[in-house]
Design a binder for this molecule. Structure first.
Ligand code: HEC
Length: 207
């Protein structure tokens, strides 16, 4: 082989190996993943995001929650996530098949949110956490997401989802603080974070 031939071969080999590892292998391994059947309930898992949670997924992206929160549970051999009660089993690729962008995250300033909707089921708790994180965790560095709320005059009865807060942050008499459509969608998304169904490739580790 002359020198030009070697060069051309080398260039193709370098790009070819990278392409196989970064494009072909992931497509062959993950692109065909489908829902599994939960043998106990007969349901298909993971379930798609319910209704407005799909919009909340975009609000989560737009507000940079991923900079401080992860969404993956590691195997016990790799970390203490299961001991911290962030999940009963590790997460695997199939858990994310309905996410166009997967918010794995690489910082855990805050808790892992993989199974947040299992831990917290009360929408009001989420509104407080987002409106004023320090009401829930006095020392926290989590920013307040005030723009997901608006203050309005109470006309007739107070709204069902009005924030229940007291003290200096409470609204003036006759007014209430309610989540905007974006705030509600984000909370619907957070409530839907439940990766607690069984998957054959990720059995729960023995206790
Ligand atoms: C600058 C980092 C940061 C950002 C950005 C951030 N958080 Fe947090 N978050 C935290 C920290 C730190 C805590 C833990 C509270 C504590 O105990 O101090 C937390 C706690 C939480 C909790 C409570 C978790 C639990 O299990 O108790 C929820 C829910 C939450 N954040 C949701 C969000 C959402 C949704 C967003 C985006 C709108 C967001 N966070 C953005 C830092 C952040």
């Amino acid at each position: 082989m002359n020198r030009l031939g070697k060069l051309v071969f080398g260039v193709f080999a370098a790009f070819g190996i990278a392409w196989t590892g970064l494009v072909a292998y992931p497509i062959l391994t993950f692109a065909g993943l489908k829902q599994a059947t939960d043998e106990a309930s007969g349901d298909l898992v993971p379930p798609p995001k319910p209704g407005v949670a799909e919009q909340g997924y975009h609000v989560y992206a737009a507000n940079g929650c991923v900079y401080c929160h992860s969404q993956y549970v590691r195997d016990p051999a790799e970390g203490a996530d299961i001991d911290r009660k962030w999940g009963k089993r590790r997460t695997v690729a199939r858990d994310y098949i309905f996410d166009r962008h997967v918010f794995l995250g690489n910082s855990r300033s805050g808790a892992d949110l993989t199974n947040l909707g299992v831990r917290q089921t009360d929408a009001q708790w989420y509104y407080r956490e987002l409106y004023s994180p320090r009401l829930v965790h006095p020392e926290t560095t989590m920013p307040a997401y005030r723009w997901l709320f608006r203050t309005q005059k109470i006309s007739g009865q107070a709204s069902d989802d009005a924030l229940k807060i007291e003290g200096p942050e409470s609204p003036a008499a006759g007014f209430e603080i309610v989540p905007t459509a974006q705030g509600k969608a984000l909370v619907a998304y957070l409530l839907s974070l439940k990766r607690d169904y069984p998957l054959p490739e990720a059995p729960e580790p023995a206790q």
